[in-house]
Design a protein around this ligand. Structure first.
Ligand code: N01
Length: 545
């Protein structure tokens, strides 16, 4: 017997067996819902969040905001972009949630989404060729196909700190921040972690807290955001060439409306290079990372020229030379850009305030957490609020949190325990009729989210339409194809500079996680080009029946 989730809207008609159940209602899940529903499929979405927002529902810590401009961090389809006005160039989490709610209402998506519904199990039945998915309340839904669109950051990473449970103050992970917010005014705040989440919290805490102590294990080679407020008129100005920019982002290396400059940093004189860096620095944004010289992520010497430029900019802004050296050391902690840099507004400036300090965590690690605060080898840092900005068990964590049972009782968790294997990050042998969006071994970590939602979404729509046309009810990629895809990822990873930084891109941030590149770093052009070639060869990596 199939039941709908307790949280399902009352006007939803219970469907015995859906064509598609989508787990996850972020950009990818919503695009899939809209597109498949348009084509006559019965589709429902289950989402663990309380409302529209995807990852931005969970990550509602102060200062959480996207590092993409709203113009590029939106859907390109159905003319939605003609109507919505962003209030900031780089929208905060409230802004992104407002935008996604707008999309939800505009496309009438809510009626097919069950929020507050966490998928805990999915089991394949070969006889009926269906999946049965169960939620945390024990409700089940049968579906011919399951799309897992849980995102790269569905599972927060909690550090193992002695004494954490004795802490008398408040402690929150940035990805599980209370929806009602946390007032940091007048508090002593300790922030562990300086990834994107950490630096965004620090910028906000510095404005109101009594004291902010930043525990930094790896400096964030953060770049200027150049944030600004937008009027409706500004939105119109930014809108006029959007269709062209959407076209560019669909095949640009990382799904943005710009790409690497077809010049090598090392071919220019120092003066010419500096002029170019200065121009880019003034403009700000991720162009400094993914629109920089084409050799910046390939050549150590080229990379170092930018690191030195970046460091000089930070040192100009931080007056205390000791703090400046911790934040931007003479020797790079890793090459620039092979660990994700963030965009910042006044991150480096706040260290000029007396109430903001940075601790070099490598020299002074945490010994224990006490009721009063966090004791490092440098002493006790008293705290009322301890912020864990420690990131995620990225890419595979959210998927493996679901107990997925495929053919002959095989468990995905066991299959992927030591090594993830997928075909294009989309499917995994032994788990038929299951598709991952923005999943491990896809370009996820190197792709602007909405671009991936649409571009991967399109190939998945084509794929299931192909099945429908041919009357197939079952698909499964071959074992050879996923071994080849995994080898391909390994090869480009090994040949790149990415192994030179410990990062979540390859699992190096999680103790005990197998070290394997989990994000395709060959660029969207190559990714979709290879997929199209396989498709033109009759989806040669799949067995259909
Ligand atoms: O997580 P992170 P995040 N002891 O993993 C440190 C996206 N995102 O939530 O670098 C001490 O990057 C860890 O140190 P180290 C974006 O793609 C986007 O910030 O491993 N320190 C690191 O400093 C991003 O890349 C946006 O040495 C520990 C930090 O915690 C991704 O999400 C906003 C530790 C974790 O940084 C993840 O970002 C937010 C320990 N035990 C997130 N464990 C925007 O678009 C971890 N750390 C702006």
């Amino acid at each position: 017997m199939t039941t709908t989730s307790t949280a399902a809207p009352t006007d939803t008609v219970a469907t015995d067996t859906l064509d598609i159940l989508v787990i996850g209602g972020g950009f990818s899940g919503l695009y899939a819902l809209d597109q498949f529903r348009d084509r006559g499929y019965s589709v429902k979405v289950w989402d663990a969040a309380g409302d529209f927002g995807g990852i931005w529902w969970w990550n509602c810590y102060p200062g959480a905001r996207t590092d993409s401009t709203g113009q590029v961090y939106q859907f390109s389809h159905k003319d939605l972009w003609k109507e919505y006005n962003f209030t900031e160039l780089f929208p905060g989490h409230e802004g992104v949630r407002d935008y996604i709610s707008f999309v939800g209402e505009k496309l009438d998506l809510r009626k097919d989404i069950s929020f507050n519904t966490t998928a805990t199990e999915a089991a394949w039945d070969e006889a009926s060729k269906t999946w049965t998915v169960t939620d945390s309340e024990g409700n089940t839904q049968r579906a011919k196909n399951v799309i897992v669109a849980t995102g790269f950051g569905a599972k927060p990473l909690y550090p193992d700190l002695p004494g954490l449970d004795t802490f008398a103050g408040e402690v929150y992970h940035t990805a599980r921040w209370p929806q009602e917010g946390v007032d940091m005014t007048g508090k002593k705040v300790v922030v562990l972690g300086t990834g994107s989440s950490g630096i965004q919290v620090v910028q906000e805490a510095a404005k109101v807290a009594k004291e902010v102590t930043v525990l930094q294990r790896t400096p964030n080679l953060a770049l200027p955001m150049r944030q600004r407020q937008l009027t409706p008129h500004d939105n119109d100005e930014l809108r006029h060439d959007l269709p062209e920019r959407f076209k560019i982002r669909s095949r640009a290396f990382a799904g943005f409306d710009f790409d690497f400059v077809p010049m090598n940093a090392v071919d220019l004189s120092e003066h010419e290079r500096e002029l170019m860096y200065e121009r880019m620095w003034e403009a700000g944004g991720f162009e400094l990372w993914l629109g920089n010289f084409q050799d910046i992520l390939l050549d150590d010497a080229a990379n170092r020229t930018f690191y030195d430029f970046w460091r000089s900019k930070v040192h100009e802004r931080v007056s205390d030379p000791v703090k400046a050296e911790i934040l931007a050391p003479k020797e790079p902690p890793h090459p620039f850009g092979v660990k994700r840099p963030s965009l910042e507004q006044d991150y480096f400036d706040v260290f000029n305030q007396d109430n903001v300090n940075v601790v070099d965590y490598n020299k002074h690690p945490i010994i224990e957490v006490t009721p009063e605060g966090i004791r490092t080898t440098a002493g006790l840092h008293e705290a009322d609020l301890f912020v864990l900005a420690t990131g995620f068990d990225s890419n595979r964590g959210g998927i493996m949190a679901i107990d997925i049972t495929g053919v002959d009782g095989a468990k995905l968790e066991e299959k992927w325990e030591h090594r993830v294997h997928t075909n294009f990050g989309l499917t995994s042998n032994g788990f038929p009729n299951m598709i991952f969006l923005y999943g491990p071994q896809s370009p996820a970590g190197f792709c602007n989210g909405p671009t991936s939602a649409e571009e991967q979404g399109k190939i998945v729509v084509d794929f299931l339409e192909h099945l429908k046309e041919h009357g197939y009810t079952r698909f499964e990629n071959t074992r050879e194809s996923e071994v080849a895809w995994t080898d391909h990822l390994d090869e480009i990873f090994e040949a790149s500079m990415f192994p030179k930084a410990k990062s979540w891109y390859w699992g190096a941030n999680v103790p005990g996680k197998p070290r394997q590149m989990l994000n395709y770093c060959g660029g969207l052009g190559s990714y979709f080009g290879q997929w199209d070639a396989d498709k033109d060869a009759g989806y040669r990596n799949y067995q259909f029946s």
